[in-house]
Ligand binder design. Sequence first.
Ligand code: ADP
Ligand code: MG
Length: 315
Amino acid sequence: MKKLAVVAFGGNALLKSGQKGTIDEQETNVYETCTHLLNLIKNDIDIVIGHGNGPQVGNVMLQHEAGEKTYGIPKQPVDVCVAETQGSIGYMIEQQLRNVLEKENLERDILTLVTQVVVDKEDPAFQNPTKPVGPFYTKEEADKMADGKNVVFHEDPRGRGWRRVVPSPKPERINNRKSIERLSRDGNIVVTVGGGGIPAFYVEPNKLQGIDAVIDKDLASSKLASEISADEFYILTDVPKVALNFNTPEEVQLDEITVADAKKYLEKGHFSEGSMAPKIRAAIQFVENGGEKCIITHSADLGKNNAGTHIVKNK
Ligand code: ADP
Ligand code: MG
């Protein structure tokens, strides 16, 4: 049977640090990342693509904010902003990947799905919002908007002002997972769980509703990979390998680690929260749920011999 892989695009695949986010910049970046996917596609591996949306959803929220101030157009909640970015980023990936494939005379349908990810309303993350989103405000503005319950602001550690923080709950279930699996096993390339998915929860049985939260894109892609029984899970980022003692003279780059190693290094604090730690947790989760291996790599190395760090089952 053909192999199925989930590939999660990191922020860099869409926007590089220092760039403003023009459409030209984004299309160039996406095109380049898509050329690296050829290594998998030419090996006859079926793929599903997940992606981040940090800068993009931040910009959408700013646009809503400005639209409300200037024109009185009501701003929309976080879940709707995430949905917007799934559409716009999915469109960019779909178009650029098609350009890459057509140049190689390869034919695939590429389908973008606007995807809800169900979270548990009892998730402890709702008691402790941590994920900064949207514009920066002055303390006075933030105080006016805060309601002491659902709308919470934290001061930016780099002194840029006050920013809304939202919960980052665990992804419990990917909606439409059976269709995602079927479409991808049929040879179509599916773009889904963008930005970690649109967070939704059951307010009561049979009543699904969006919620102001942001799901980690690596954990959501991992959940998806398990739910569609993918063989491999690739996390594309901007470093060639995962390292111990990262960014110190003692740095050691890792080629292959077992889940037990990964847990040990995680506990020892080798991986930063908010960047590498969630990727490692996503990798562990995938392999523990039956996946063959997770590969964390720079996108440009995809398909090269010895690319990235492989997280594998315990031996
Ligand atoms: P992405 O947009 O791909 O999710 P992140 O910035 O969230 O990117 O995560 C990748 C970053 O993780 C790297 O650029 C690197 O600075 C950081 N990082 C933290 N700890 C490590 C580690 N132990 N090994 C490698 N990279 C690490
Ligand atoms: Mg990240």
